[in-house]
Design a protein around this ligand. Structure first.
Ligand code: SF4
Length: 308
């Protein structure tokens, strides 16, 4: 069996930074360091950090007054750092700088008096965080083309749209087309909100899909960008399954494809790719091939309070 490994895949700069922030906070403050929500959507990463002394909580009131807290890469509503400040908690914000950029755009648009249509998935922490940057009622969620065609807006002549960073590039383009058709004056963001990592990983799946008979995507079921990778493969006509680890491989479903595509979402570490390749190697005679790609070379600065 040929295993064709997509590239780029796996960790993005925002995930890498968020994990380093927790590790550095543990070094700086000692254990336990509290983390509000999964730092990134990957159980393996979360378990490793737990073993180092990180404690994951759902809400700030579970954090003792004398311990530091880290906010996850997905971003938090403004009310969260404000509440931490009120309590005098030491906190470090691991929000990905590309999510923070969307937060700033949202605030600027509201200051300009616009109503925002936000393209994203209801309930995702990034969406909750971005809605929490602006006054209630000043932003409306649009999840589908149907939503775009039906959404009721207070000021049709004074609209803008923004998007979640981890969406399907193709679905978002269709929603944007529907919005622009209905609201020709809608303000388009100066630059794409879907992040480089999401777009590059989807493009990598598209580029190998024509050669693949099946595809495995390593990622968590609550990881938006990983789910999108499986969707992209399926839309290219390649049966695809999302798995968290090698143990999740459904061998009956897999059968013995001639060429198996393999990729990993932005929150899945490379060690899990190796684990899956090893598991495949134990069952089949495999030949590995890594798809050619341009290196991404994106690195985000760490918060000053942890590196000073
Ligand atoms: S997927 Fe994109 S927005 Fe999310 S953490 Fe990675 S780089 Fe940042």
């Amino acid at each position: 069996m040929r295993v064709l490994i997509a590239a780029p895949r796996g960790f993005c700069a925002g995930v890498d930074r968020a994990i380093q922030i927790v590790e550095l906070a543990l070094e700086r403050f000692g254990a336990p360091v509290f983390v509000r929500h999964e730092i990134v959507h990957n159980r393996f990463v979360v378990e490793r950090l737990k073993s180092m002394g990180a404690v994951f909580v759902d809400e700030l009131d579970e954090v003792p007054d004398d311990r530091p807290v880290v906010f996850s890469a997905h971003g938090v509503p403004k009310s969260v750092p404000a509440a931490a400040q009120d309590r005098g908690l030491a906190y470090v914000d691991a929000t990905c700088p590309l999510v923070s950029k969307v937060h700033r755009q949202a605030q600027r648009l509201i200051e300009e008096g616009r109503h925002i249509l936000f393209i994203g998935h209801a309930g995702h922490p990034e969406v909750i965080g971005t809605f929490g940057q602006v006054p209630a009622g000043s932003m409306t969620l649009v999840e589908t083309v149907d939503d775009a065609q039906a959404v009721d807006v207070p000021t049709p002549a004074n609209l803008a749209f923004l998007t979640q960073t981890t969406l399907s590039v193709d679905d978002t383009a269709a929603i944007v087309r529907a919005l622009r058709l209905r609201f020709p004056a809608i303000l388009v963001p100066r630059s794409e909100d879907i992040c480089y990592a999401t777009s590059n990983r989807q493009a990598a799946v598209k580029s190998i899909a024509p050669r693949c008979d099946k595809m495995l995507v390593i990622g968590a079921p609550n990881s938006s960008n990983s789910l999108r990778l499986a969707e992209v493969a399926e839309r290219e006509g390649v049966p695809a399954k999302l798995i968290q680890r090698a143990i999740d491989i459904d061998w009956d479903w897999l059968g013995q494809p001639r060429i198996l595509g393999l990729t990993a979402g932005a929150s899945a570490p490379e060690v899990l790719v190796r684990e899956v390749v090893d598991a495949l190697g134990q069952r089949f005679e495999i030949v590995e091939e890594i798809a050619e790609h341009e290196p991404e070379g994106m690195v985000f600065k760490l918060p000053r309070e942890l590196v000073a």
